[in-house]
Design a protein around this ligand. Structure first.
Ligand code: 3EB
Length: 379
């Protein structure tokens, strides 16, 4: 395949890796990601990976939540733009290529409570950034068990928020305006799981005019506000642009809307995603589209996944690129009354051939979209 030719449907990741630009997330079946030459992967997240302890390709880290609707494990792979240096700072395993740093923390609960655990994890994270010189967080993935349970007078998510915000303040990092894009989900496996992407240049924080900034939520949602922006736009010197849209749900202002109404929560979430994309395009020079992005749909009740899939098909089209690429994962959302949350990300390369290339799994995804595998939806 010549370097200029677009990636055709059915191309394998190892071939794709030869032509796609580095420093963008590429969504592949794990089996394809495993074929990428060792050392070319900076980092990434493997969705649906439930095999504790089994080895993943260097740099790839598990998100141990079951896939719903279709079952093949998927990886969002960030290719390195040069030689990778790897190390460990405290509890952080990190890898960088001189431009980006991908880090991972997996901490078991030790009985000290989630506030202390989050503060310790984030303390190590910021120590890692200080040591390596990647001062700016772009995207954080937060996963914690039993997120909606009471942790001794305070919901565990709220304890987590307290420890997270304090660690940002301890490190002199932007805990309010300018916070990174993020998500926070409850998984049914693992302890405190953090994944993050940092760089030497700051991202541009994006807010949603339909929603109160999360860092300004009133105390009804906990003593310390969550620490994230609605999205982050990053413009690279080489012309590549990235958009990371945080977990987005059925919240208007600061209130959950459409309690117990799955379809209405999805519609409100799509309105919020549209609003965030419009802001990102306004501040980031345009080109970001929902259809061009790789989403994860987190679903509280597994039986809702095929319903959401059908509603997305009705709203966006059964063959919509968004739906063909989206992953559905089983997770608890950080407010008890939320049934779903959608996050997404997109890169725009300055190489148009790569930017418009379909993902290598497009044909397979189309097939599962019309013929869903519902095996793991039955409890
Ligand atoms: C919300 O809008 C829904 O605590 O890092 C979304 C994204 C949510 C990130 C976080 C929480 C977080 O408040 C929850």
């Amino acid at each position: 395949m010549s370097a200029a030719s677009p990636i055709t449907t059915g191309a394998r990741a190892a071939d794709a890796a030869a032509v796609v630009p580095a420093s963008t997330f590429q969504r592949w079946p794990l089996s394809d990601a495993a074929r990428v030459e060792s050392g070319r992967i900076l980092g990434g997240l493997v969705y649906g990976w439930m095999e504790d302890g089994a080895a993943l390709p260097d740099g790839l880290t598990a998100v141990p939540a079951p896939m719903l609707v279709q079952q093949q494990v998927r990886a969002d792979v960030w290719l390195a733009s040069g030689p990778v240096e790897a190390g460990q700072t405290g509890n952080v395993r990190w890898r960088h290529d001189g431009r980006h740093l991908f880090g991972a923390i997996d901490l078991p609960e030790d009985g000290s409570g989630l506030e202390a655990l989050a503060r310790r994890a984030y303390g190590d994270l910021f120590a890692c950034l200080a040591r390596t010189g990647f001062a700016h967080l772009h995207r954080l993935w937060n996963y914690l068990p039993r997120i909606n349970e009471d942790g001794g007078g305070l919901e565990r998510y709220r304890q987590f928020n307290a420890g997270r915000q304090q660690a940002f303040l301890d490190a002199g990092q932007a805990a309010f305006e300018g916070a990174p894009a993020a998500c926070a989900l409850g998984l049914h496996r693992g302890g405190l799981i953090l994944r993050f992407l940092a760089a030497r240049v700051p991202p541009q924080p994006i807010e949603n005019p339909r929603q109160t900034p999360a860092w300004r939520y009133p105390a009804d949602y906990g003593p310390r506000a969550p620490t994230f922006s609605r999205a982050a736009v990053v413009c690279q010197p080489d012309g590549t642009k990235h958009l990371f849209v945080s977990g987005t749900a059925s919240i208007v202002g600061h209130a959950t809307v459409h309690v117990d109404d799955l379809q209405a929560q999805l519609e409100e979430t799509l309105r919020n995603l549209d609003a965030v994309l419009a802001e990102a395009n306004h501040h980031g020079g345009g080109g970001f589209t929902l259809g061009g992005s790789d989403a994860v749909v987190y679903v509280r009740r597994p039986e809702d996944a095929p319903v959401l899939r059908d509603q997305l098909a009705a709203a966006l089209g059964a063959q919509s690129p968004f739906l063909r690429r989206a992953l559905f994962l089983h997770a608890d959302i950080c407010r008890r009354d939320l049934l779903l949350e959608i996050e997404t990300h997109m890169s725009i390369a300055d190489r148009p051939a790569a930017a418009v290339a379909p993902p290598p799994e497009a044909a397979e995804t189309r097939r599962t979209t019309s013929l869903p595998d519902l095996d793991d939806l039955t409890r």
